[in-house]
Write a protein that binds this ligand. Sequence first.
Ligand code: UDX
Ligand code: UDX
Length: 456
Amino acid sequence: MKICVVGTGYVGLVGAAIFADWGNDVIGVDINEEKIERIKKGEMPIFEPGLSEIVLKNISEGRLTFTTSLSEGVRNSDVIFICVGTPQSDTGDADLSAVWKVAADIGKLIDSYKVIVTKSTVPVGTNQKLKQVIRDNMTSNADFDMVSNPEFLREGYSVEDMMQPDRTVIGSDSEKAFSIMRGLYEHLGKPILECDLKSAEMVKYASNAFLASKISFINEMAQICERSGADVSVVAKGMGLDNRIGPRFLSAGIGYGGSCFPKDVAALYKTSTDQAYDFRLLRGVMEVNENQKNYFVSKIVRYFGKNMADKTFGVLGLAFKENTDDIRDSVGIEIVKILRGLGAKLKVYDPEAMYNSKLVLGSTSVEYCLDKYEVMQDSDALIILTEWKEFANIDLERVKTLLKNPVIFDGRNIMDRNKIESSGFTYFAVGKRTAGLEALDKRPSGTPGVILKNGN
Ligand code: UDX
Ligand code: UDX
């Protein structure tokens, strides 16, 4: 199959590489010249485990090429995937400007039958409108079909998710398009749902909103666990063993972030109000998520006091989740900004997101460290904000010699509470009534800034 992928970001580049790996001839198109030049040289513009090997292999075997010319991509392909970004606009909707523009440009270039596939996340009804935009811009009388084929890729695992999807959703109103798309995905032996365009668009939003709801649910449970003395990790494990619930997306933490959940939940809520319906549950999901980071910061503030001018915190993790260099809508970055706003200095480290973080945080009150132990040197406490596995295994004795106070705020529950507490640390987690929290709660209110050692 001859495929063109427009937009070589997190989704488009992975898609292009793996379509080529399945034996198709693929052209990746992007307006960003620098990005295309880097990819052509074999340099990945993003960190995504396993991606670089697949891109290099398929470039060298001649199935994968890259260009900034949309015309070259469209003219030399039968199936065109639109994978440009759809970020959140000021009003909460998805900003579809890039999608409209690409669709109009594709319309101008079509001179033979094409299947035009939207992979970008777009609100219900968009593909119907895109069809019209393409038609309005066509100069030839060639035919085309529109397909909605949403992506369900988790950053950090997108190669794996693309190779082994739980399902593929194909929305269209054309039997010819279904048959072509089946040809692309059938070999995976995974379920394919063929449906109308609107339902396909909605599956994507419903799935992300449901997963975000699971996270906000467990974050609410964390609040009750902290107050009652139950342990949210144990509760989640017990719930997850029920097949009807499942164990995934039940990790309490600092709230969900990233380029998808926040914007997709907000966009689905906007869709509901546009349809004169108030999706109350989603309002709660967003409110809980917003509160989660503030609640986490409030523990640090209660412990150290609001004036943080003389405090330095060691921060592990800036990416919005583990296994990625992406900091778009990273809750960790927001927390660093809040602490900096309170006067604190931050020593930060992330295995992959340092470059991107420097671009948004700059150097005011932030020191970029070379490894996880450097952030701890002379810091008043250690704060964990991303669930990188390597942060779970730290040498506690070494940590103790480096930190000014043996205090850890674990925003991702990645550390072993018993081990930490028995090593003499004051430990704060999410949804666990640790000795540190117990002691903090016992303090008379309005006495911030009192340093508690080992929960006493
Ligand atoms: C994707 C989807 O498209 C988005 O809708 C979904 O919700 C998340 O995943 P992502 O791959 O993360 O977005 O976007 P990004 O990494 O920003 O990449 C988009 C690429 O499209 C960029 O490289 C940009 O240069 C390119 N682009 C943008 C074009 O080639 N043409 C344009 O007109 C606009
Ligand atoms: C998500 C969807 O999972 C994917 O299917 C979709 O296509 C794109 O959006 P992604 O944003 O890459 O993927 O990451 P994901 O693993 O879903 O995590 C999203 C956020 O939720 C992260 O901030 C993560 O830390 C947080 N999270 C996830 C939790 O707080 N708890 C959990 O149990 C799981």
